[in-house]
Design a protein around this ligand. Structure first.
Ligand code: CP
Ligand code: NVA
Length: 296
């Protein structure tokens, strides 16, 4: 049994297998591998897609789902993270966590003897990116020589995409304000691992020859409430920006989208947009992630 905390922890072979198994599960379904196991989902932040798609996965895979929402439980509030986790270890077979600090996820993982799945932290959102990679592969067949371009804030989804791009050798480029890129130490680290990574404020250069244009909210859950969004406005994904990309380029967004901010209605409702395929693929991708975690 193994946990699924971040894409960077996977070998290329395991990442490719998770993607291919998702596509296979989507076509042919999956065995009831959870076999009455008790799966606890802890959501310290709001969720629609992750919460419901995981519940559908657990039901389809023959497990029992239990849920703790933020109004019922927060790690570290009534007792130490260590003590809560050791208690849960006596009841539960699998934990799926959406939390704030990545360190909470790590601490839970180090005190729980069975698998943990990262359902989003401030740092990363690997389940989303597996679904995105599945969606991309369905559209294009492979990742070879493909250019994926990200516009706007550098956030948890960007982080997991960077990690995937480094493993799969995807040409991943980021257009974001320099104040954002300069504040992220992780960018320097990942740039060393992936020499194809380009970060720039020049939206034309980044959009040119792209097979996929992506964005996400300018203000993620857990960001400071008064975060200024003005410097993101030039990075909005609109029809003019899409025209700079390849003719058959797709548009991706993990949702929820703030229409009129990071993306216009025209783009998100266009034929290029695959946002609802991404949302559907969360179910298939997460079944494949659970299968990966169950392997001995
Ligand atoms: N994309 C995503 O994770 O959505 P939720 O926040 O609704 O789970
Ligand atoms: N970056 C977003 C993703 C939501 C699914 C957030 O963390 O709020």
């Amino acid at each position: 049994m193994t946990s699924f905390l971040d894409i960077k922890d996977l070998s290329k072979k395991d990442l490719e297998r998770i993607i291919d198994d998702s596509i296979e599960i989507k076509k042919n379904g999956s065995d009831k591998i959870l076999n009455n196991k008790n799966v606890l989902m802890i959501f310290e932040k709001p969720s629609l897609r992750t919460r419901i798609s995981f519940e559908v996965c657990i039901n389809d895979l023959g497990g029992n789902s239990l849920i703790l929402n933020s109004n019922e439980f927060k790690f570290g509030e009534r007792e130490s993270i260590h003590d809560s986790t050791k208690v849960l270890d006596r009841y539960i077979d699998f934990i799926i966590i959406r939390s704030f600090e990545h360190s909470i996820l790590k601490e839970v993982a180090s005190n729980f003897s069975k698998p943990i799945i990262n359902a989003l932290t401030n740092h990363s959102h690997p389940c989303q990116v597996i679904a995105d990679l599945v969606t991309f592969k369905e559209k294009f067949g492979n990742f070879k020589n493909k250019k994926v371009s990200w516009f706007g804030d550098f956030n948890n989804v960007t982080q997991s995409w960077l990690e995937a791009a480094a493993i799969l050798d995807i040409n991943f480029s980021i257009a974001c304000p320099s104040v954002v890129s300069e504040s992220k130490n992780t960018i320097k680290l990942l740039k060393n691992q992936n020499n194809k990574l380009i970060i720039s404020e020049n939206i034309n250069d980044i959009a040119k020859n792209s097979d996929c244009i992506m964005t996400d909210t300018w203000v993620s859950m857990g960001d400071q409430k008064d975060k200024s969004v003005d410097h993101f406005k030039p990075f909005q994904v609109n029809s003019d920006l899409m025209l700079l990309a390849n003719k058959n380029a797709i548009f991706m967004h993990c949702l929820p989208a703030y229409r009129g901010m990071e993306v216009t209605d025209e783009v998100i409702d266009s034929r290029s947009s695959v946002v609802f395929d991404q949302a559907e693929n969360r179910v298939h991708a997460q079944k494949s992630i659970i299968k990966y975690c169950c392997k001995s």
